[in-house]
Write a protein that binds this ligand. Structure first.
Ligand SMILES: [Zn+2]
Length: 177
């Protein structure tokens, strides 16, 4: 799944749990795993001119930020520091991992895409999944896959309705002044 799916569907999914938390921090959390892992992989790949398994541990775009361990660390930090910002980030990240797993399920079921999960790393000697795209262009072209496209359109729809709700709220607040 790409940006609008995560931002729109992700924030909608966790909305019942995010009252009193910053919407912006939740939105940041919904894309945080990709903000960490995609530049990490493509950065390594660019500078070493290697791809996939050749890169060793960072063998794809679902590595450190896409693990349950990352979510547990973030949630524990939120709890220990009593930080609303980290709590909001954790909710967003949880939605990201859930949506990636759901998209994998449908991509695998309908299009035979390999499951790309490093969720349980480093338990059971689990390794990070090896990327199966041949470069960033092929990776971006999955945006046109119906499973991804439907997610992006739904996400954009949710985002736009949220924005109009926020604008209505802002208008009402101005009228009250
Ligand atoms: Zn992801």
């Amino acid at each position: 799944m790409f940006i609008f799916g995560h931002l729109g569907i992700g924030s909608k999914l966790v909305h019942p749990f995010s009252r009193g938390l910053s919407d912006k921090a939740v939105l940041l959390g919904t894309i945080l795993p990709d903000l960490i892992d995609k530049p990490l992989y493509y950065g390594f790949s660019f500078f070493t001119r290697k791809q996939g398994a050749e890169l060793g541990m960072i063998s794809g775009t679902r590595t450190l930020g896409h693990t349950a361990l990352f979510l547990v660390l973030l949630t524990s930090s939120a709890y220990i520091k009593k930080s609303r910002f980290l709590a909001a980030l954790s909710l967003g990240v949880a939605s990201h991992l859930l949506l990636d797993s759901s998209a994998d399920y449908f991509l695998n079921k309908f299009y035979n895409y390999p499951i790309q999960s490093g969720l349980f790393w480093p338990l059971n000697h689990a390794k990070f999944p090896i990327i199966h795209y041949n470069g960033i262009q092929e990776h971006l072209s999955t945006w046109l896959n119906p499973v991804i496209l439907i997610g992006e359109i739904m996400g954009l729809g949710f985002l736009l309705t949220s924005f109009s709700t926020w604008n209505d709220f802002a208008d009402q607040t101005k009228q009250l002044k």
